[in-house]
Design a binder for this molecule. Structure first.
Ligand SMILES: [Zn+2]
Length: 136
């Protein structure tokens, strides 16, 4: 029997999906900027934080729970966004969403927009259901 999400053709990601997706993104990017970044996926629920990057450690963390119902392309953008922070830091940029970060976004295929965060939050608000929250 089809699940509700299959019936409506909606993605419902799991923690494992996000980890696999991160691997695919790294493959697609063809990371050629030294040591491959480490990607962790946190089970912690955060309403406003979708990812964190530690540029010097070459590590990103993705909070998958707020994105469980997002389209894969939107989740992918979050992963690329965080990887762009790593790349920009590796190039000596210690700001947040400035020009060096935007350049890294273009190279890695992320939306080079600081307001992408805001857009994602709105997407989240639009797709997050009471049921999803009740599962916390
Ligand atoms: Zn950012």
């Amino acid at each position: 029997m089809e699940s509700a999400s299959q019936a409506f053709n909606l993605p419902a990601h799991t923690r494992e999906d996000i980890q696999v997706l991160a691997g695919l993104v790294l493959e697609d990017v063809g990371w050629r900027f030294g040591t491959l970044p480490t990607v962790t996926v946190s089970d912690r629920f955060t309403r406003y934080r979708l990812g964190t990057a530690w540029g010097l450690e070459r590590r990103i963390n993705i909070y998958w729970k707020p994105m469980a119902l997002w389209a894969s392309t939107a989740v992918e953008d979050v992963i690329r966004h965080e990887l762009a922070h790593v790349l920009a830091t590796q190039r000596g940029y210690f700001g947040h969403h400035g020009e060096p970060w935007r350049e890294a976004c273009v190279e890695l295929g992320a939306l080079p927009r600081a307001d992408a965060d805001q857009r994602m939050r709105l997407d989240y608000a639009a797709t997050n259901s009471g049921e999803h929250r009740a599962n916390e």
